[in-house]
Design a binder for this molecule. Structure first.
Ligand code: 13P
Length: 250
């Protein structure tokens, strides 16, 4: 059985003080949870302070991005070692906003995934098609390309440590959610692709989150689907009560 995994991607929101406040409220709202994994991903600037709040609680800490380099002259970048030292257990890699606005390609995503594995920080690798790709009937081929690119040269033993987030770009921040059925079909396709790259056993172990306008009002029906193992939540993770309700999906 795959343990449900609910993650909040705070994107470029919240000052340090606001992030600390939200983390405190969330920890209180969520309480002691053992049967599901809970993660919040504030901006890099907030990690150290938020780490102090979530330490020893059911809420884990993650970053939104990471360099594939170890250290040196890479202005504006943050390394895996820095994230680990700040208290991060996880890092999001290849989010569509990074792909779209910062030109991250499959090769960069692959290098970051390998760096995360080398350093022992858990990676959430994002995949997903744009609206025009879906309308052109290319949704599956785009997702397959993202998966093959991200996992290139990664062994099955390592691959199972990675979480995948399927985030159709047209559903992010738009209020348009893929129907639970459409999302589940794509998740099944992702699992089949992983089984082709590795094997059935590896594919069965891997967790696949859905992301794109997940809210407290639609999380239950999404999480009821066989292949949906969790959610990567943007907007609705910025309020403690709505994210706590998402975490407590029924
Ligand atoms: P929204 O939940 O705001 O649509 O964002 C989804 C997302 O991109 C999470 O990484």
């Amino acid at each position: 059985m795959r343990k449900p995994f609910l993650a909040g991607n705070w994107k470029m929101n919240k000052t340090v003080d606001e992030a600390v406040e939200l983390a405190k409220e969330l920890v209180e709202n969520v309480g002691d949870v053992k049967d599901r994994d809970i993660l919040i991903c504030p901006t890099s600037l907030c990690l150290t302070e938020v780490a102090k709040i979530v330490k020893g609680t059911s809420v884990k800490l993650g970053a939104q991005n990471m360099s594939f380099e170890d250290s040196g002259a890479f202005t504006g970048e943050v390394s895996a070692d820095m994230l680990l030292a700040a208290g991060c257990d996880y890092v999001i890699i290849g989010h569509s906003e990074r792909r779209e606005y910062y030109h991250e390609d499959n090769e960069a995503v692959n290098k970051k995934a390998k760096k995360a594995l080398e350093k022992g920080i858990n990676a959430i690798v994002c995949v997903g098609e744009k609206l025009e790709e879906r309308e052109a009937g290319k949704a599956e081929s785009v997702v397959e390309d993202h998966l093959k690119g991200a996992f290139s040269g990664i062994s099955g033993e390592d691959a199972v440590k990675i979480t995948i987030a399927y985030e159709p770009v047209w559903a992010i921040g738009t209020g348009k959610t893929a129907t639970p059925e459409d999302a589940d079909n794509m998740h099944a396709f992702i699992r089949k692709t992983l089984a082709d790259i590795y094997d059935e056993a590896a594919a069965e172990k891997m967790r696949i989150q859905y992301g794109g306008s997940v809210k407290d009002s639609n999380v239950d029906e999404l999480m009821a689907r066989e292949n949906i193992d969790g959610a990567l939540v943007g907007g609705a993770s910025l309020k403690a009560d709505s994210f706590a309700r998402i975490v407590k999906f029924k």
